[in-house]
Ligand binder design. Structure first.
Ligand SMILES: CC(C)(COP(=O)(O)OP(=O)(O)OC[C@H]1O[C@@H](n2cnc3c(N)ncnc32)[C@H](O)[C@@H]1OP(=O)(O)O)[C@@H](O)C(=O)NCCC(=O)NCCS
Length: 206
C-alpha cells in the first residue's frame, strides 16, 4: 500500500523483506534496467548471481515487496563465493580480514519512487545479520560515486562502511548501457569495507 510522500514521491506503508527466489528473476532484472541502465543485470545474470549467492542451500540475496510488487533488491555473495565484483579493482590489503572470511555486497537497487525511506537499509541489516551468523568477518562493496542524490555512499557510510580506495572507470569493461554515460560506463567506484566483528544489529530500524 502507498500514500503520498514529500515531493510527490510515494510513501510505502508496508514492505516485506524476504529472501530472493527464482520467481523474482524477471522483476529484479527489470528494476536494475530502470535504475542503472539496460542489461546491467540480464535475467540470465540475475539467475547466475543468485546461484553465487547461495551457500549450503542458504540464499544471501533479498528483495523488498510492497503490495505484491518488487520495489528493491540486494545481492550478496557470501565468503568463498566471490573473488571480485563486476569490475576487477580491489584493495584487499586494506580490509583487515582475509578474502575467505569476507563477503561482498554486490548491488542494491531501490525503485526511484521509494528511495530514501530506509528500504535499502532494511535489506542491508537483514543481510549483515545473516552474514554475521554465518561467521563472516568483513563485507566489501563498490559504492557508485555518481549515484542519484549521492545515495550509494551515504547509505553505505551510515551502515558503518568505511572508504578504503577509489577506482576511476571501475565498470568500463562491463557490457551494459550506463544510465549516465551510455556505453562504456565511465563512473567511479569507491571501495568500502565494514568490519562485521564490530557490527551489531541496530534496534528498531530493521
Ligand atoms: C543506495 C540505495 C540502495 C539506498 O537505499 P535507500 O532505501 O534509498 O536508503 P536510505 O533510505 O537509507 O537512503 C540513503 C541515503 O540516500 C538519500 N536519498 C535516497 N533517495 C533520495 C531521494 N530521492 N532524495 C533525497 N535523498 C535521497 C537518503 O536521504 C539517505 O541519506 P542520509 O542517510 O544522509 O539521509 C538506493 O537509494 C538506490 O537504489 N540508489 C540508486 C542505485 C544505487 O546507487 N545503488 C547502490 C549501488 S553501489
Amino acid at each position: 500500500m502507498t500514500g503520498s510522500g514529500r515531493g510527490g514521491r510515494a510513501t510505502v506503508m508496508s514492505v516485506e523483506i524476504r529472501v530472493m527466489t527464482h520467481e523474482d528473476v524477471r522483476d529484479v532484472s527489470a528494476l536494475a534496467d530502470r535504475l542503472v541502465g539496460d542489461d546491467y543485470y540480464t535475467p540470465a545474470l540475475v539467475a547466475e548471481t543468485m546461484e553465487r549467492s547461495t551457500l549450503s542451500d542458504q540464499v544471501f540475496s533479498y528483495v523488498a515487496v510492497s503490495d505484491g510488487k518488487l520495489v528493491a533488491f540486494r545481492f550478496v555473495l557470501p565468503p568463498g563465493r566471490w573473488e571480485h565484483g563486476r569490475g576487477q579493482a580491489l584493495a584487499p590489503e586494506r580490509w583487515g580480514a582475509p578474502l575467505e572470511k569476507t563477503a561482498y555486497f554486490q548491488s542494491c537497487f531501490v525503485d526511484h519512487a521509494v528511495m530514501g525511506q530506509g528500504i535499502g537499509r532494511r535489506l542491508a541489516h537483514r543481510a549483515l545479520a545473516d552474514l554475521k551468523a554465518l561467521g563472516a568477518r568483513a563485507v566489501v562493496a563498490h559504492s557508485w560515486k555518481e549515484s542519484p542524490h549521492g545515495s550509494s555512499l551515504r547509505y553505505l557510510t551510515r551502515l558503518g562502511f568505511e572508504a578504503v580506495a577509489e577506482h576511476p572507470e571501475y565498470w568500463v569493461e562491463v557490457d551494459y548501457t550506463c544510465a549516465l554515460d551510455g556505453k562504456p560506463c565511465h563512473c567511479t567506484a569507491i571501495e568500502v569495507v565494514l568490519n562485521l566483528d564490530q557490527w551489531t544489529p541496530p534496534e528498531a530500524t530493521s
